[in-house]
Design a protein around this ligand. Structure first.
Ligand SMILES: Cc1cc2nc3c(=O)[nH]c(=O)nc-3n(C[C@H](O)[C@H](O)[C@H](O)COP(=O)(O)O)c2cc1C
Length: 201
């Protein structure tokens, strides 16, 4: 334990620090928060999946991820309706967990089009595979279309398979184990009953 002051000794400052880290997670592919674990229920089974944190809207408490319409999660998430994201930065001994409601956006909505427009061609190739993700194979095979071979047809198929996921946080929890251990809870409240508190770590 240390007597060093921690930003997590102050609820407001701690909250700002965490949202700034999350913002950096969007912007910097090398930031540990760029690759959170998304968890949702598939029936009774909690499924953890590594995803890329693509965007963030702090005022709406909204986290954006992308996926393929043909994946299992794209079928399951609209039914599950609730999900969590877990972030862990080992260098900072910092864990952030958000729990909330998740939705898959209508692919015809402008938001999906805007997100698609921002992707590089290399990222778009992920959605151009002709074999559906999760399909059993008799032997290993490369299913990705090489970026310099992407045809207009491949691009059209990729756009059709592309989906945006939005998780809106109801609750955010922080655990900092650097120096003095601190655990903070931010409850964003569904009916405006916002609450912030320290919890015993
Ligand atoms: C570093 C890394 C980043 C990933 N990013 C995403 C992502 O942004 N979206 C996604 O759907 N899957 C992503 N995946 C793959 C998922 O973790 C998962 O294996 C895949 O989507 C299959 O899930 P399914 O059960 O829905 O078919 C990523 C995997 C790794 C290792």
């Amino acid at each position: 334990m240390s007597s060093e002051p921690s930003p997590f000794d102050d609820l407001k400052l701690g909250h700002d620090v965490v949202w700034n880290e999350l913002r950096e997670g969007v912007q910097k592919p090398r930031h540990a928060f760029h690759w959170p674990t998304l968890c949702y229920l598939d029936g009774f089974t909690p499924v953890p999946r590594t995803v890329v944190l693509r965007n963030l809207d702090r005022s709406e408490k909204r986290f954006e991820m992308h996926t393929d319409a043909r994946s299992r999660k794209a079928a399951v998430i609209p039914k599950a309706k609730h999900a969590s994201l877990s972030f862990y930065d080992p260098r900072k001994s910092l864990q952030v967990t958000v729990m909330g409601r998740i939705e898959m956006l209508d692919p015809r909505k402008e938001e999906t089009e805007l997100a698609w427009a921002k992707l590089t061609l290399a990222t778009k190739t992920i959605y151009a595979n002709t074999i559906d993700p999760g399909t059993a194979m008799l032997e290993p095979e490369n299913t990705t279309v090489p970026v310099d071979e992407m045809s207009t047809e491949d691009l059209t198929r990729a756009r059709k398979n592309f989906r945006v996921l939005h998780l809106t946080a109801d609750r955010l929890e922080v655990l900092s184990l650097k120096g003095n251990h601190r655990r903070l809870l931010f409850d964003y409240g569904l009916a405006g009953q916002r609450r912030a508190a320290w919890l015993a770590p």
